[in-house]
Design a protein around this ligand. Structure first.
Ligand code: HSE
Length: 403
């Protein structure tokens, strides 16, 4: 029998128990023995819950039980979750997690600890919810030199942007709906300000480079400044607006990493990724492009990825599943030097000023909007664009990069 403990009985934790219960026969067959949820750690009690007698309030009960083989850390945060994960790995107990914050911050260290103690630290659910992306990067794509990863990595904001685009819906209203559906983080600021996508791109960038990409150094902008009016112009330009997380290997071992809203042409594969779906577009030097697509948030998709990791751990007890992510820091390229085109939404009275500041660009006008106009610049460096925008002051109402 493989005994599992689940740390945190919230949305993902209850999903892990549900996946194990629902697919019990199949999972037991795949593991080759019975998979048993022995403990659930939570501060709360759950009277009337079918698993109420498994609930414990003390991690020591779990980590000191020699029958425990695998721990699912789905409690989130980098405090207790970090301490518990270290304690478990030091004892040779494998840990599977959906906790992207912890993986982004301490992934390299925890992998090293797992290796030293002949157990595994797996985190498929930490990026893209139910989409298999960590495993492909660790196994199927190991013959590739990965050149770029670009993804829609946050289900909440993609759900929100999709609703804003399709229904002209109000920002606050769509955020509430995403929270009700269980997509959003406890503090939705992590979603809407781009921090969640930033942690996820830091994780896959670290796997791409085999070295640590520090999430705190990644330039990150959220969706809070994207308006319904921007979508009117995006539609006129046959484009969509998506929160993209991207990472590109540039120069001598450097990485250009960034999270921000981008305007992308409707023909781009990522423009077709809607609602809570996520997608990760990976470019390898031999394979070329490949895309991984699926439900990026929600109880059961995320839990399914955690349980898949449990199965892998259960089948490889006493060994450490390999993952190439060393502690050495990757140098991040200077975003100020990067070149893109930009979309601007500008007050109607500033047409001449915009054309003078950004010669050769393209005007977008929409009959129903008389108070402003859209403008797409030619390709230019971030630093030059910022300087010119500063000269236009409050005439610039929105700015969005073009991917
Ligand atoms: N809040 C996250 C999202 C959950 O919306 O993508 C999954 O990581």
């Amino acid at each position: 029998m493989i005994n599992v403990a689940v740390l945190g009985y919230g949305t993902v934790g209850s999903g892990v128990v549900e996946v194990i219960e629902t697919n019990k026969a199949l999972l037991n067959q795949r593991v080759g023995q019975e998979l048993n949820v022995k403990y659930i750690l939570d501060l709360r009690d759950f009277p009337g819950d079918p698993y109420e007698n498994k609930v414990v309030h003390d991690f020591e009960t779990i980590v000191n039980d020699s029958e425990i083989n695998v721990i699912c850390e789905v409690m989130g945060g980098v405090g207790a979750a970090y301490a518990f994960t270290k304690q478990a790995l030091e004892k040779g107990i494998s840990v599977c997690t959906s906790n992207k914050e912890l993986v982004a911050k301490h992934g390299a260290e925890l992998l090293e600890l797992a290796k030293a103690n002949k157990c595994s630290y797996l985190f498929e659910a930490s990026v893209g919810g139910g989409i298999p992306i960590i495993r492909p990067l660790n196994t199927a794509l190991t013959a590739e030199k990965i050149e770029a990863i670009i993804g829609i990595l946050n289900g909440t904001t993609n759900y929100m942007l999709t609703k804003m685009e399709r229904e002209g819906a109000d920002y606050a209203e769509v955020l509430k709906e995403a929270q009700e559906k269980g997509y959003a983080e406890r503090n939705p600021e992590a979603d809407v300000e781009g921090h969640d996508a930033c942690r996820k791109i830091a994780i896959v960038s670290s796997l791409m480079m085999g070295k640590n990409v520090d999430s705190e150094k990644i330039v990150t902008e959220g969706i809070t400044k994207v308006t319904a009016a921007d979508f009117v112009y995006a539609k006129a330009a046959d484009s969509s607006i998506k929160l993209l997380a991207q990472s590109k290997a540039v120069g001598d071992g450097e990485v250009l990493a960034m999270v921000a809203p981008f305007m992308i042409g409707k023909e781009h594969p990522l423009a077709m990724v809607n609602d809570v779906f996520n997608a990760v577009f990976v470019t390898g030097n031999m394979l070329g492009d490949s895309m991984y697509y699926g439900k990026g948030a929600g109880k059961l998709p995320t839990a399914s990825a955690v349980v898949a990791d449990v199965v892998d751990c259960a089948k490889s007890l006493g060994t450490s599943l390999p993952c190439f992510w060393e502690k050495e820091e990757v140098k991040l390229a200077d975003v100020a030097e990067v070149e893109w085109k930009y979309f601007l939404r500008v007050s109607a009275d500033a047409k001449e000023a915009v054309e003078a500041a950004f010669p050769g660009g393209e005007m977008i006008t929409v009959a129903e909007r008389t108070e402003d106009f859209g403008y797409i610049t030619t390709v230019m460096k971030e630093k030059d664009f910022a300087a010119k925008c500063a000269g236009l002051g409050d005439k610039v109402l929105s700015k969005i990069r073009l991917a």
